[in-house]
Each structure stands twice: as structure tokens, then as C-alpha cells.
Design a binder for this molecule. Structure first.
Ligand code: HEM
Length: 457
């Protein structure tokens, strides 16, 4: 993807981000929706409080968009181990963490690509290899601690936690010794993984990603010409049939980035708890051989990565609920239902054929499920109308729109923005009139159709 296309993608993406942000803020602040509170940055200072509230409501909570979140260890483990779930939809298409902006290699690949690439990377991370890295890590730790010792006071995060993984990873990968630059790039990209909240952030993120790509392109061509006994040289030798150029570059970038913020925050969290619990601190000081157990316990007790996402590749039973492949989602948020299917009255020439979601003009409308856009245009009393045809031939009509965001021929996923709520056609105020027409025939009650798909409009 060229840089110009990337910026454009970022800008288009961020147009939706501002609206999504306003919606999440509304659900977090006004409606106190737990999942929205968890992902809304301003409310995320203490996630444990929110986890407790979520846990009290049961192991599997539907979110406002119609997918599910779980706080249960058993269910998380079941999902993560099951072959019925993947990190991206089974039939290609958008992944769950903005592949358009960042290529995150293994983190966004399903088998068999994941299996193939993981197999190539695995020999570099055997326990024997890890033990071999120990002198490198020890040396980096001593160098940083010597510097801290010279000052009477030091900031653990800035002087130790943050430079340590950078020193280790850049040396491991043979990158130039420029800690300030890699710290900036690493933290910019890591923050992007937590969500993109403004156009400025998307732009800085794209620039950081481009800078990192150039740095790695340089490194990879040097290693191809002059291989050494290091990790990158070993991976470069796999390039060809087993690993293409882009996959190799993305994998090496991921290896650099994956260890940055994670390790920084594992050290910070660990120190915070040790300082808060004097007894544990003294036990460790009296017997430093407990350090390994302390590190393990910190990762269990207050880990730096606390959430992840998976998508169902088949209809799956989980905690007594069926998680459907291509789970439907609600077409809009912040609405109230006004007219229902089959209602009669002066407004309609015959009985009402859809379900009306009243919301302010400009509120985003998203596709309820995966499908193809088959029509967009003005249609008399329906006003501006988008027709989406699902894989089973069902037509979904989205009517009275102010703006179209898609065009015929676009293949879209459930949750993808297709336009905005408006008041075009025969209306008394802004709303979305939704129709569901199995096989493109007569309409059925959309309320029942949504409930049948596990949603609560
Ligand atoms: C305390 C430090 C770390 C923590 C808490 C951590 C956490 C995680 C988690 C939770 C995942 C799974 C994400 C998912 O599948 O949804 C993951 C994957 C991964 N991590 Fe780490 N990580 C840490 C350090 C590192 C380091 C130092 C590296 C590289 C040198 C690294 C490389 C990776 C890679 C390559 C994956 C993808 C694996 C795959 O999909 O097969 N991580 N990490």
C-alpha cells in the first residue's frame, strides 16, 4: 500500500472513528454500559472494578453491537483453544485489529498461514536459544542499573523499564543503537493497538509504521547480502517459497514491537505491587531466587495485556449461548424504536413493512451482517435507500438515509458503516426504516429477525 493510500485509509477510517468514539463515550458515560466503559480510554484507569461488575452479570455478556464479552477463565480458555474461532474472519476480509493501518503478522493470521509462519519463527525461540540470550539481557540490565545508581533518585519507567526491552530487542534483531527513536516508534504503535481515537493519532501512527518499515527494509537487505548468526539472518534465509517478502518484513516488525510495551508494563506493574506489599518485597529481597516466581505471579495477577478478540468460524455453543458465524449486529445505536412491523395508520399506505429506529440525523448506520451492496439510490417514499444482499439471498433495506457510504458491488462485513440516518422520503423525522426480505421477496418482521439472530433491539 502506498503512503498516500495509507493516509487516505487512515483518514476514512478515522471519520468513522470519531463517530464510534462519540457513541462509545455515550454508552460509557450516559448509559453506563460496562463493555463500553472498558474500552473507553478515559474510564480505563481501573479495569478491575469493571471486570467485577461484568462478572456479577454472568460469564457471557452481550455487548451493544451484538457480539459477546467474557470474564470467565473457563470460557476464555475454551475460545482460545477452539479451532472454531480465529483472529480474523474465516473467508478473508478485514481482521479485528485494523490490518489496513498496521500489518501485525501472526497476531492477525488464521491457520494455515499462521501455522506456516509460526513454524518458521519457532526455532528462534526455543528454551535453549532463550538461555543463550541471557548474557545479552544481563549486560543490558547491569548497564542500566549502573546508570541509575549514579543518581540519588531515578524514574523506574523512564530509566529502566522502558529502555530495557528496547536495548535487548534491537540488539537481538541487529537494529541500529538508537533507543530514543525506537521508544517513540514502539509506544506510538502500541497505543494504536489499544484503539485509534483521532485523525492526528492515525497520521502519527501511519508515519511511525512507515519509518519502521524503511528501517527494516534496510536491515533485511543487509542481512540478505551479508548473513550473520542472528535471528533476522535465519529468517531471511527462509524467504522464498516458505515466506514472501511482505510476510517476512511484517514478522520481524512484530517481533520488535510485541516485546516493547508488554515488558515495560510487566516491570512497572510488578514494582507497583511489590512497593504496595512490604512483606512480599522483603521476602524477595531476602531470597532473590524467588524473582522468577514473582515475574510469573505478576503476569497472572496484573498482566500488561488483559483483553483479546476472536471471531467465530462456525456456529458454536459457548456457555449455553450459540455464537453464530457472521453474527448479526444492530444497525445503529442511541436510537428508540418508533414504528413496528404490521402497524397501520394514516402515515402508511398499507401496513408498515419494517422497523423504525429513530435517532438524530447523521447517526451512523452499519450493516447488520456480511453481504454485498446491490442497490443505492432514491426510491420514492423510502427516500435514500441502500439494499444489502446477504449470502443466503436475504435483502436488507436501509431507508431514509441522509448519506450513502457504500456503493453497489461493495462486499461488506456486519458492523461496516453503510451510511447515515436522515429524513429523506416520506417521514415525519429522522429515522432508519429497516426491512428484511428473505430471498428478495415479501418483507418479514425485522424485530423477530433480529431477535432470531440473538439480538435485543
Ligand atoms: C511480559 C511480556 C509479554 C506479554 C504479557 C505478552 C503477551 C502476549 C499475548 C497475550 C499474546 C497473544 C495475543 C492473542 O493471541 O490474542 C502474545 C502473542 C505474541 N507475542 Fe507476546 N507478550 C510478551 C512479550 C513478548 C516478547 C518479548 C515477544 C518477542 C520477542 C513477543 C512476541 C509475541 C508474538 C510473536 C506473538 C504472536 C504469537 C502467535 O500468534 O503465534 N511477546 N503475547
Amino acid at each position: 500500500m502506498s503512503r498516500a493510500t495509507k493516509y487516505l485509509t487512515a483518514a476514512k477510517f478515522v471519520g468513522g472513528v470519531y463517530l464510534a468514539r462519540a457513541q462509545i463515550a455515550y454508552w460509557a458515560r450516559v448509559r453506563r454500559d460496562l463493555f463500553s466503559r472498558l474500552i473507553y480510554p478515559a474510564d480505563r484507569t481501573d479495569p478491575y472494578e469493571i471486570y467485577e461488575l461484568m462478572r456479577a452479570r454472568g460469564p457471557l455478556l452481550p455487548t451493544r453491537l451484538g457480539n459477546y464479552s467474557t470474564t470467565s477463565h473457563r470460557l476464555s480458555s475454551e475460545v482460545l483453544r477452539s479451532r472454531n474461532f480465529g483472529v480474523s474472519p474465516a473467508d478473508g476480509g478485514e481482521d479485528l485489529i485494523h490490518q489496513d493501518l498496521l500489518d501485525l503478522s501472526l497476531l492477525t493470521l488464521n491457520p494455515p498461514d499462521h501455522t506456516r509462519i509460526r513454524r518458521l519463527a519457532a526455532p528462534a525461540f526455543t528454551p535453549r536459544r532463550m538461555t543463550g540470550f541471557r548474557p545479552l539481557v544481563d549486560q543490558a540490565i547491569h548497564r542500566l542499573l549502573d546508570r541509575c545508581e549514579q543518581d540519588r533518585e531515578f524514574d523506574l519507567m523512564a530509566a529502566f523499564a522502558s529502555p530495557l526491552p528496547i536495548a535487548v530487542m534491537t540488539r537481538l534483531l541487529g537494529l541500529p543503537d538508537d533507543p530514543a527513536r525506537f521508544r517513540r516508534l514502539g509506544s506510538t504503535i502500541a497505543q494504536g493497538l489499544d484503539g485509534i481515537w483521532s485523525l492526528k493519532q492515525a497520521k502519527v501512527l501511519s508515519q511511525a509504521d512507515a519509518e519502521l518499515r524503511d528501517t527494516f527494509a534496510d536491515l533485511l537487505s543487509r542481512r540478505a547480502e551479508d548473513p550473520g548468526d542472528d535471528l533476522v539472518s535465519a529468517l531471511v534465509q527462509q524467504q522464498g517459497a516458505a515466506l514472501n517478502k511482505h510476510e517476512l518484513a511484517a514478522l520481524v516488525r512484530l517481533l520488535l514491537l510485541a516485546g516493547f510495551e508488554t515488558t515495560v508494563n510487566a516491570i512497572g506493574n510488578g514494582m507497583r505491587w511489590l512497593l504496595a506489599d512490604r512483606e512480599q518485597w522483603e521476602l524477595l529481597v531476602a531470597d532473590p531466587s524467588r524473582a522468577e516466581a514473582v515475574a510469573e505471579e505478576v503476569l497472572r495477577f496484573d498482566p500488561p495485556v488483559q483483553q483479546t478478540v476472536r471471531v467465530a468460524h462456525a456456529d458454536v455453543e459457548l456457555g449455553g449461548v450459540t455464537i453464530a458465524k457472521n453474527q448479526w449486529v444492530l444497525p445503529t445505536t442511541g436510537y428508540h424504536l418508533t414504528a413496528r412491523f404490521g402497524m397501520s395508520g394514516g402515515l402508511w399506505s398499507s401496513n408498515h413493512t419494517g422497523l423504525d429506529f429513530a435517532a438524530p440525523s447523521g447517526t451512523p448506520i452499519v450493516a447488520v451482517a456480511d453481504g454485498t451492496i446491490t442497490k443505492t439510490g432514491y426510491d420514492g417514499s423510502y427516500g435514500n435507500k441502500t439494499v444489502e444482499t446477504l449470502k443466503d439471498g436475504t435483502e436488507i433495506w436501509y431507508c431514509h438515509q441522509s448519506v450513502f457510504s457504500v456503493q453497489p458491488g461493495d462486499r461488506i462485513r456486519g458492523g461496516h458503516r453503510i451510511g447515515s440516518i436522515g429524513a429523506t422520503g416520506n417521514v415525519t423525522g429522522p429515522h432508519l426504516h429497516l426491512e428484511v426480505r428473505p430471498g428478495g421477496g415479501d418483507p418479514v418482521d425485522p424485530y423477530n429477525a433480529l431477535v432470531h439472530q440473538g439480538l435485543k433491539p
